[in-house]
Design a protein around this ligand. Sequence first.
Ligand SMILES: Nc1nc2c(ncn2[C@@H]2O[C@H](COP(=O)(O)OP(=O)(O)OP(=O)(O)O)[C@@H](O)[C@H]2O)c(=O)[nH]1
Ligand SMILES: [Mg+2]
Length: 305
Amino acid sequence: MFKKFTAKLKAGLAKTKKKVLGGLKAILPFGRDLDDELIDEMENYLYTADIGPRTVQVVMEQVRQAYKDRTIKTTDECFEHLKSILKGVMSSDKTSLVTPQQPPLVILVAGVNGSGKTTSIAKLCKYFRDRDKKVLLAAADTFRAAAVEQLTIWADRLGADIVKKQQGADPASVAFDACDAARARGVDVLIVDTAGRLHTQKNLMQELEKIRRVIGKKIEGAPHETLLILDANNGQNAIAQAQEFGKSLELTGLFLTKLDGTAKGGAVIGIRHQVDVPVKFIGIGESAEDIEEFDADAFVEALFA
Ligand SMILES: Nc1nc2c(ncn2[C@@H]2O[C@H](COP(=O)(O)OP(=O)(O)OP(=O)(O)O)[C@@H](O)[C@H]2O)c(=O)[nH]1
Ligand SMILES: [Mg+2]
């Protein structure tokens, strides 16, 4: 039995499904005998589906082997087999969030500009509020004028506390105060928002390391989670972002956003296969409830449903 996907996930993946499954079905119509030519066409198509050449090669090696072994003989069998291959290349046993020995669970959020950090924090906040957790948000994006205001609106709406300072304040000092407040108020989860940055901006990457260090000094073992927020529209570039951020920060998870708006969701397969950090959540809309815990089996089933 496979892990069941939600209707929301299926709807969120509609554009990607049209691209990946729609295209494959045109090449491999049901009820046909498989042959080398069809398999070549299948491979060529997968190269256009944002999965990434390295991952496509690995997948196609397995498809060809199964055809050679006569494990798959028809297009129908090929689809079923492809599903299990994809589940295999995407599998990870570390997709759930860490539970600290004692609260608060501290989550540091990072990513490039506009990748969806603040919105994803709102989603995580809702996720924990729905589980009756007390949440504190830290507005450590002190760079952009509207950033604090944006996070404050979410905090009010979702029933969370917020720690903030004036624009231009040292983001590490916001994190510092937030750790104190989290302890004093006995919150379950502290989530730290940060300004967008590129991995090539050395001083900004150092700033992020400083935030991380300060949190670690204040709360033992924290941040327990360092999540990189990646926009799925970036396709293959998201892989490079994960690898580069991973050099400065010890990432514990990826949060892939905007899957609902893109046909490039096939990138999730390549990211999961090529980046040694698990995808923990995906974002499939702009509202706080548009969040799903990532599950490779459910993802593949929703894509092929
Ligand atoms: N469709 C869709 N839009 C999203 C999703 N996540 C975020 N967005 C939108 O992406 C835009 C940027 O989101 P933010 O959360 O402000 O991104 P950010 O990374 O905090 O941006 P900066 O702080 O400026 O670096 C907003 O318009 C969000 O509504 C998603 O899963 N789906
Ligand atoms: Mg933001």
